[in-house]
Ligand binder design. Sequence first.
Ligand SMILES: *Cc1c(COP(=O)(O)O)cnc(C)c1O
Length: 221
Amino acid sequence: MNSIAQNLKYIENTLADGVTLVAVSKTKPIPDLMEAYNAGQRVFGENKIQEMTQKWEEMPKDILWHMIGHVQTNKVKYMAPYVDTIHAVDSLKLLKEINKQALKHHRKINCLLQIKIAEEESKFGLSENDAIDLLKSEEVQKLRNVKIKGLMGMATFTNDSNQIKNEFDRIQVLFKKLKITFTEFETLSIGMSGDYKIAMDCGSTMVRIGSSIFGVRNYSI
Ligand SMILES: *Cc1c(COP(=O)(O)O)cnc(C)c1O
């Protein structure tokens, strides 16, 4: 088995220019994260606020923490002091709460709108039209403590690479269209361990990779 540092290096060597790697460390213990940190990794992704906050408290302060999971409005306050980017923003209500909590800490929090591109019913996210309406709404334009930097999507969990490509293509088209109007748009967060190469072919600027770096997750611990 390869070490975390070796896995990280391998992945880095396969990334296209300008693609940011979010090392998805959910469920993994701090020593594993520190191995990646010591190999130079500074961007980590977590999907539970409590777990992320505990890691933030104990780890070096130059880490950029990305919340990649679904966020409940009432929990935003716990990560507002430090979170760099929230990937799965899918409502005006959540965006307003992020803005309110960021303001309390005199911060600006980066946000990505999650677009529903997968067939599966279980995946969260906005429809393309709802995302456009949200971005254009006056209420959103007034928010000063959030910066909506782009889109995030998750493809269907399938071996059918054509289907994955079609889903990533759809979000890429939307991203390019929105970029014309929303000049702050720079991030298209698509691609995980199993599909990040397809995602890069579809214009990904940020990949979220967990198991290929840290090994498979054991949820029973
Ligand atoms: C867990 C997770 C990932 C990473 O998945 P891997 O298959 O382990 O690379 C990426 N994005 C989100 C939203 C996740 O929840």
